[in-house]
Design a protein around this ligand. Structure first.
Ligand code: NAD
Ligand code: MG
Length: 394
């Protein structure tokens, strides 16, 4: 059997690193054939030295010469390209049959859609693309005829708890999808205790080690909100059939509640390599390097309702999903601007939800027409967010 050729988009990131770790454990089975990063040429060149891909791409064109120089110095022979169009072309191109969509933010949209349209096996980590363009991504998947296997841990858990991956929920007797949330680093705090929290405090996640954007999203609970929207699209679940429960141990990754009262859960240590290995090898199971779960050592599994008065981003995401049209794309764009501003020190933590809410008020939802209009609305929402930011905080 020849190995599966895997394009890792976002290779230098947290999901990229976990993916390459799993690939390295199964050299006969998988090859990292395309590696993509934003502008970290040193990190990308080191990965190329180790994994010897056919093609390395740096999204920032200004960094291409630097990448080529580093690869030549290291004696690595692979093609080099740059720019967002090169990333999109590679995701749909002949060098890969599997695409790990692990770019952070709306920057991952075009390549995710291209992989879906080309019928690749799509391992989706980049939740922002499905939050922005859920219906368009599902249409692209239908056109391409490939599989989408979620690697966001909650959705991967639900995928595993459903018969046959992503069936029609009504036909298989599903009552609810129950997404678990760790609650993030500020679980249990009141609003007044959150006013002065810093980016480093927000990024110190108690259970998962992740990139900074998703770490802030976890601290605000926007991450769970994005995941509710992701679950709605991936599993065609009505919004009222999706529930969020806080589970601080992060051992139950999510659950499916069936009409007969059975609740199926997927458990494991909080390590993204489980979901990635599951999706790479599905329907087979392979070693992922994850320690066996020692339930007696953990002793407790706690559950509580989310505090949406303090963590308002979760309520805003539910509201955007209910509003329909492109409201979730507006929510996502405003949140990306807000998180960048928070990480840069120009917006307080509580300002993230305020900014997102203001932008949603200023830009009422419009129907989704196509990718171009959606990208235009994303840009409009970012401009509006920067205006509001400037007026209110600068
Ligand atoms: P990260 O910040 O660690 O890595 C992001 C990667 O994307 C880097 O390789 C970076 O070079 C690349 N990138 C950024 N902008 C780019 C651009 N414009 N063009 C091309 N590449 C670009 O982030 P992460 O934690 O690995 O998260 C990646 C995605 O996976 C996010 O959408 C996140 O929500 C999702 N996700 C992450 C985790 C996790 O455990 N880290 C879990 C579930 C879902
Ligand atoms: Mg998740």
């Amino acid at each position: 059997m020849s190995p599966r050729n895997v394009a890792v988009l976002g290779a230098t990131g947290s999901i990229g690193g976990s993916t390459l770790d799993v690939i390295a454990r199964h050299p006969g089975r998988f090859r990292a054939s395309v590696l993509v990063a934003h502008r970290d040429t040193a990190g990308l060149a080191a990965l190329c030295e180790r994994f010897r891909p056919d093609l390395a791409i740096v999204a920032d064109p200004a960094m291409e010469a630097d990448l080529a120089r580093r690869l030549a110095a290291a004696g690595v022979q692979c093609d080099v390209a740059s720019g967002a169009d090169a990333v999109t072309a590679a995701a749909a191109g002949p060098l890969c049959d599997t695409v790990v969509a692990a770019i952070v933010g709306a920057a991952g949209l075009e390549s995710t859609l291209a992989a879906a349209r080309a019928g690749k096996r799509l391992l989706l980590a980049n939740k922002e693309s499905i939050v922005m363009a859920g219906a368009l991504l599902l249409e692209a998947l239908r056109q391409g005829g490939g599989d989408l296997i979620p690697i966001d841990s909650e959705h991967n858990a639900i995928f595993q708890c459903l018969p046959g991956g992503r069936p029609d929920l009504d036909k298989v007797g599903v009552r609810r999808l129950i997404l678990t949330a760790s609650g993030g680093p500020f679980r249990g705090r009141a609003r007044a205790d959150l006013a002065g929290v810093t980016p480093d405090q927000a990024c110190a996640h108690p259970k998962w080690s992740m990139g900074r954007k998703i770490s802030v999203d976890s601290a605000t609970l926007m991450n769970k909100g994005l995941e509710v929207i992701e679950a709605h699209h991936l599993f065609a679940a009505p919004v009222d059939a999706i529930e969020v429960v806080v589970h601080p141990q992060s051992l139950v990754h999510s659950m499916v509640d069936y009409v007969d009262g059975s609740v199926l859960a997927q458990l494991g240590n909080p390590d993204m390599r489980t979901a990635i290995a599951c999706a790479l090898a599905w329907p087979e199971r392979i070693e992922a390097g994850v320690a066996p779960l020692d339930l007696a050592a953990h002793a407790r599994l706690d559950f509580e309702r989310p505090d949406t008065d303090t963590f308002r981003c979760l309520a805003l995401a539910f509201a955007a999903l209910r509003a329909g049209g492109d409201a979730t794309a507006i929510l996502n764009a405003a949140n990306e601007v807000a998180v960048d501003a928070f990480l840069a020190g120009s917006l307080p933590f509580l300002g993230i939800a305020e900014l997102v809410e203001r932008v949603l008020e200023e830009l009422p939802a419009e129907p989704v027409v196509d990718v171009q209009t959606l990208v235009g609305r994303d840009a409009q929402a970012r401009r509006t967010a920067r205006d509001v930011l400037h007026r209110a905080y600068c």
